[in-house]
Design a protein around this ligand. Sequence first.
Ligand code: SF4
Length: 283
Amino acid sequence: MSQLKVSELFYSIQGEGKYMGVPSVFLRVFGCNFTCGGFGMPKGQISEERNKVAQHIDYYKDYKSLPLVNTGCDSYASWDPNFKHLSPVLNTDSIADSISLLLPHSDWVDEHLVITGGEPLLGWQRSYPDLLEHPKMRNLKEITFETNGTQKLTSTFKKYLEHWGIESRGYQSVTFSVSAKLSSSGEKREEAIIPEIVCDYETVGYTYLKFVISTEEDMDEVLEVTTLYRNAGFKGPVYVMPVGGVESLYHLNNQKVANLAMKHGLRYSDRLQIPLFKNAWGT
Ligand code: SF4
């Protein structure tokens, strides 16, 4: 039986991208290859907000008590080693049991599974088949991997997804929601934008790009980077989504980003979890 280090497991409404509005189980696994400390900061500066939270780590007994941050990665506790004790290692049997308790009918009906992080396509690829083959997952029809688009699929997992998705369901029931990181994240272009990896996802699942933006300059970079993906053969849609892990920031940006999306003929993705649930942990 395989194991996963689980940061959060919860049931909510998917607030972003293609499945916006669909009731979904979110499995957030621990670990990321990035830190994205530049979000919401003046260009070139890196947020210290999560480090300040880490200084008082003894005060926070569980995930739900952690503060939301205005700057840097809003799911910092799913990869920062300072918070790793809040993410237990669970076996796939116990994860499947917990999922069936979360589902309103104790089984999958029209709900979809979101595997997120952190970065869910790091080493955990080896554990997902055991989870997805569990009897309690038999009626699951659709999965999304929310990834930063830098991790290659292993040949074993790719073969597994071909069977799980296209062959056994008869349609592309695996989705890759690729949140590729622009320079505003603080990550380096050559490490964040790897078009051939994303093109490979397209061979086993419906794949789209989703860029978090707030300014015209960000949009210029989206257009420039999209050309790199298109030149590599990427065919999927491109979404832009407003920066804003907290409501005040989201409201500053969402209309502007929607107008930029219309101006350039790209798709707009909301972040429904913010107006609906204030982006609290577990939503
Ligand atoms: S890739 Fe995603 S989870 Fe990882 S640090 Fe960046 S925003 Fe956070």
